[in-house]
Design a protein around this ligand. Sequence first.
Ligand SMILES: [Zn+2]
Length: 121
Amino acid sequence: MAVIKRGTLEAVVLAAKNTFPNEFLALLSSKKGKVIDEFVLLPSTYGRTYSSIRLDLLPYDSKVLGSVHSHPGPRASPSRGDLRAFKMLGEIHLIIAKPFNFGSVRAFDSAGKEVELEVVE
Ligand SMILES: [Zn+2]
């Protein structure tokens, strides 16, 4: 199961809307254990390829838990490229599809298996 702070998920929703029709890609991180409480949008990744992620741009005080990216269509299912990236980028991976709200977010583990996403205050 993945756990995310409500405010962080709201920011993800906003980022997906603002980036549309492009996809956005960010890394999920945490200052406290396993609860996702921030994400790091990497500026060079608009239009997106995972290969363009620069891990050296990450903040030092945070632990990377995984990734989040948007799909400009209605399907929040990982592509083959997504699955490859999931293996390299941590344990929790969110995909947000249109219409970009809490109901259109799905969470996956690093093997691409869907996991439950819990939103906490
Ligand atoms: Zn994808």
